[in-house]
Write a new protein. Structure first.
Lengths: 578, 352
């Protein structure tokens, strides 16, 4: 007994001090996060919601249902300019889509009220990104970055912040505290597949009307979710201890599209229903039910059907995650944007309840029709003007780590399907491209030569363009330091999913056929351009040593082994003789 | 079964390989979880395999067909709250690993309002992780103590998905004398009240201390129709012991309740037959009865027996039914504008 007492005393030398330390840590985190939490008011409807600044240049995340629907017939005011200049102004400053939002008002905790522009919306899963309009040039705001929601564990403490019931007229946020009650919850949407919460964090921190769009923080003060909905009992729209937040990793998957002003589109396998079968070993008896997720319904022309998945097949894995329930599969698919390439493992259904060997298929998710795209969809429709998208590029680049490394030569090599190596050596304006059948070299003056076997000759027009585009767009061959320099005037085009991770697409100068791809931390993610030699649009998806080539929308299988190195220049790469 | 296990192993192996790769880049989608770091996280992690989802018969909009249960024996006993949806042949138990098992129903305990279900342990992959017996049966729950409540509220978790966890403190203890204003709570002993949220589906789940001791079985949300307030409550685990011992281990119950003699008070109330029971006015006091010993008179109105407030003749009879002959009871009554109190020992009804 005495011993037990001693050990307890040893563990908690001063429990009061421990509690106080805990509390002051909590107070510190709240004090650090609160200045980034804002109130969002749609102005055309009563009430309002909350939001959080996630980038110092004033980018705000909130719920789609907080910003409401586009304003019918609204066009932003235009300056009085001569006709030619006005056209140029429109090109740069007006959104390209048919949807326009009147400016929203955002109240910051310091009491300041700002105008904000709606940049991108995701009605499919209830997200929107706004940009605060600065009151002085170069203004920055307190912000909280996104955390990793996949690391959340049930029982972990979290804070919800926002402006429930619009209590605070001076915009100081209300803080509520609780634990993670559940992770990876799938919550169905309303009506036509809008406002689906495919992967949400369930919390018992009180979340009430007005908290919508506000951040959910982990203990370290990182935004791990956006609070958007609650389960209610039979007592009206108030907290019953079951709130849901959109997971930050899902948000990260769509952030590129949202910042680029796009109407975010979710992916689907077009298998319209899934369920966990109750196939028992001995018929319908009381035997243990075999667990599995089986295809129940699917469209004949769906991507899955085209990839060879059939009715009744068992789905075993999706993108490296073991599929354990239909809900989980819905979650895994629901968090991905349309156009993402995914890996699906399935076991074809055979006769008499038997299943074939596991097969792996690679397929591209098609677009889930949310029935909410009447305000424009596709590449051209955007809520954000070109000027806004330039600003978005600048904001993203500003977050990349500064690389001090002096300009060095870059060497990138990958293995072609026939086993031969394809390599690029780049240094400044110069680039050497080693293709299986020839070598193309671009010299510092923008000219170059080709070598086929021992024969050296001039570049053909297509070859010259090919090597120029490789130099322009191949981010893997870009020297490290001036990467941000090359993207200075670039317009953010949107997001792209590269080997399971979200990346950003930037436009490059020229005919608009070249795109540079980067992950959000500044690591190259590949590139896309029209290849004049192959006369096709070629995408290079690169992540670490993984490489995937997509030619005109179809996977070219067999590419492997991406190796990128930097080092000193070897003048022999670019020498015409020898 | 073996191939299934193999796939499982392969799947997990792949998932961990993926996360290892992913860490260099920060963000990528993964269901692979980190290991619990805090006490609360590891407590929940340890307890979750002992909780099951219970699904039953439905068909009526007002009856939820889902609840939660706690595994209480390696032989496949699952304890849950007794409820209408528990119908023979139609009750299924979903274990932590997502496997679905047909459950047979054992007789309920009408007083506690709980019922044991049984699944066939031979059909379970791996071992069942029972929570019974708790490490310390006399673990006291104290007000202010932190608790975590586990249950499948709103049926948010399906198959192998984890049931919900809510966090709070013990608010207090109360006798469900309250029950007379509330919906179908059968249990009439002390309950643990907590502010850890309890919602539809949570019933039958467990209430635990932060170090993982099981202290209560979640009741339905207590709902006061009068004040429109709701309370989360749980039956203390130690009150479940006699029932579990009897049903699982075949031990006879040493319970007073079954052997007790009906209590007799000896006051005839002014109770007219009608739809509404009138207040408990005394019409006549029988000589030599406990009522006579207290000095009760004609026209006194009985308002309280112990902590139970009495509003009608019907309530008086119901409350009196809780007491046995020989028990002492504190009676409060109103005479004119005075409120009087007294204590008396209840008797056996004299044979005529």
């Amino acid at each position: 007994m005495m011993l037990a007492l001693l050990s307890v005393v040893g563990l908690f030398q001063d429990p009061i001090a421990a509690v106080r330390a805990d509390e002051s840590r909590r107070v510190e985190v709240v004090a650090r996060c609160a200045p980034a939490v804002c109130s969002v008011m749609a102005m055309d409807a009563p009430g309002g919601g909350s939001g959080v600044v996630f980038d110092p240049r004033g980018y705000v995340l909130t719920n789609f249902h907080v910003v409401g629907s586009p304003d019918e017939g609204y066009r932003p005011p235009e300056p009085s300019l001569p006709a030619a200049e006005l056209e140029a102004w429109r090109q740069e400053n007006l959104p390209c889509g048919s949807a326009h939002y009147r400016n929203k008002k955002v109240g910051m905790p310091d009491g300041e009220l700002y105008e904000a522009v709606v940049l991108g919306i995701d009605p499919g899963s209830d997200l929107a990104v706004l940009r605060l309009l600065p009151k002085c040039s170069g203004q920055t705001w307190p912000f909280c970055g996104l955390g990793d929601s996949d690391r959340l564990l049930v029982g972990e403490t979290v804070f919800a912040m926002g402006n429930p019931f619009l209590l605070a007229t001076d915009f100081t946020p209300t803080v509520t505290f609780g634990i993670v009650s559940g992770t990876h919850r799938y919550q169905e949407g309303q009506g036509q597949r809008v406002m689906v919460y495919p992967d949400c964090i369930q919390v018992d921190a009180p979340v009430n009307p007005g908290n919508s769009g506000g951040p959910l923080f982990n203990e370290r003060g990182e935004v791990v979710g956006i609070n958007g909905r609650i389960s209610i009992g039979d007592r009206g729209r108030v907290n019953v201890g079951v709130g849901f937040a959109i997971a930050s990793n899902q948000i990260a998957n769509f952030l590129g599209d949202l910042l680029a002003g796009r109407h975010a589109e979710h992916g689907t396998l077009d298998m319209s229903a899934w369920f966990m079968s109750a196939r028992s070993d001995g018929g319908e008896g009381s035997g243990p039910r075999q667990r599995g997720v089986y295809v129940q319904q699917m469209f004949k022309d769906s991507v899955a059907a085209k990839a060879g998945v059939g009715l009744g097949d068992e789905i075993t894995r999706f993108d490296g995650n073991e599929v354990r329930s239909a809900n989980q599969l819905a979650t895994l698919v629901g968090v991905l944007p349309a156009g993402a390439w995914v890996t699906l493992w399935h076991r074809p259904a055979g006769d008499g309840g038997a299943f074939g060997d596991e097969r792996r298929t690679l397929l591209q998710l098609s677009r889930l029709d949310t029935g909410s795209s009447q305000d424009g969809s596709g590449e051209d429709a955007r809520l954000a003007s070109r000027a806004e998208r330039r600003l978005a590029t600048q904001a993203l680049l500003a977050r990349w780590p500064a690389i001090e490394e002096k300009v060095a030569a870059v060497h990138w090599q990958r293995i072609a399907p026939d086993g031969s190596k394809v390599a690029v050596f780049a240094h400044g304006e110069r680039l050497r491209l080693e293709l299986p059948d020839r070598v193309l070299v671009r010299t510092a003056d923008g000219q170059g030569f080709a070598r086929e076997g021992d024969k050296v000759r001039e570049l053909s027009a297509d070859e010259a363009e090919r090597v120029r585009r490789e130099w322009l767009a191949n981010t893997l061959a870009w020297p490290l330091a001036p990467a941000t320099e090359r993207l200075r005037d670039s317009v953010l085009l949107g997001g792209v999913h590269v080997h399971g991770a979200p990346a950003l697409r930037f436009s490059l100068p020229g005919d608009g056929e070249c795109e540079a791809w980067f992950f959000r931390d500044g690591t190259p993610a590949g590139f896309a351009c029209r290849d004049p030699l192959r006369r096709a649009r070629v995408e290079w998806h690169v992540r670490g040593d993984q490489v995937r080539v997509v030619v005109d929308g179809a996977i070219e299988s067999g590419w492997s082994g991406s190796v990128r190195r930097t080092g000193p220049v070897d003048e022999a790469w670019f020498r015409r003789e020898g | 079964m073996r191939t299934l296990a193999l796939w499982l192993a392969l799947g997990l192996g792949y998932a961990s390989a993926l996360t290892a790769q992913v860490q260099d880049f920060g963000k990528a989608y993964s269901f692979a979880e980190r290991t619990p770091a805090t006490k609360l996280e590891s407590t929940i992690d340890t307890l979750l395999p002992s909780l099951v989802k219970v699904h039953g018969a439905s068909g009526l909009a007002t009856i939820e067909a889902f609840a939660t249960g706690v595994i209480v024996s390696k032989q496949g006993h699952v304890l849950t709250l007794d409820q209408i949806m528990l119908q023979p042949e139609r009750t299924r138990v979903v274990l932590y690993d997502g496997s679905v098992h047909q459950a047979t129903l054992l007789p309920p305990d009408p007083k506690l309002g709980v019922r044991l279900l049984k699944i066939d342990p031979a059909l379970v992959q791996g071992e069942l992780r029972p929570l019974w017996p708790p490490a310390e049966i006399d673990a006291q729950f104290r007000s202010g103590q932190f608790v975590v409540s586990l249950g499948n509220c709103f049926r948010l978790a399906e198959f192998s998905e984890k049931v919900s966890a809510t966090f709070g403190v013990v608010v207090g203890r109360a006798n469900t004398a309250l029950r007379y204003r509330m919906s179908d709570v059968k249990y009439d002993g002390d309950v643990i009240l907590t502010d850890a949220c309890n919602n539809p589906g949570h019933q039958g789940g467990g209430l635990f201390t932060l170090d993982g001791r099981w202290i209560g079985l979640n009741l339905r949300l207590l709902d006061s129709k009068e004040t429109n307030t709701m309370l989360s409550a749980a039956i203390p685990t130690r009150d479940l012991l006699p029932y579990l011992d009897e049903r699982i281990h075949g031990k006879a119950r040493s319970e007073v309740a079954t052997s007790k003699e009906k209590a007799w008070f000896g006051a005839v109330l002014f109770d007219q037959a009608g739809r509404q029971s009138p207040p408990a006015y005394v019409e006549r006091v029988l000589a030599g009865s406990p009522a006579a010993q207290l000095g009760l008179r004609n026209d006194d109105m009985i308002v309280r027996l112990d902590d139970f407030s009495i509003r009608t003749c019907r309530e008086f009879r119901e409350i009196l039914g809780k007491f046995a002959a020989g028990q002492k009871v504190k009676v409060t009554w109103k005479r004119g504008n005075e409120v009087l109190t007294g204590e008396v020992e209840l008797q056996k009804e004299p044979t005529k």
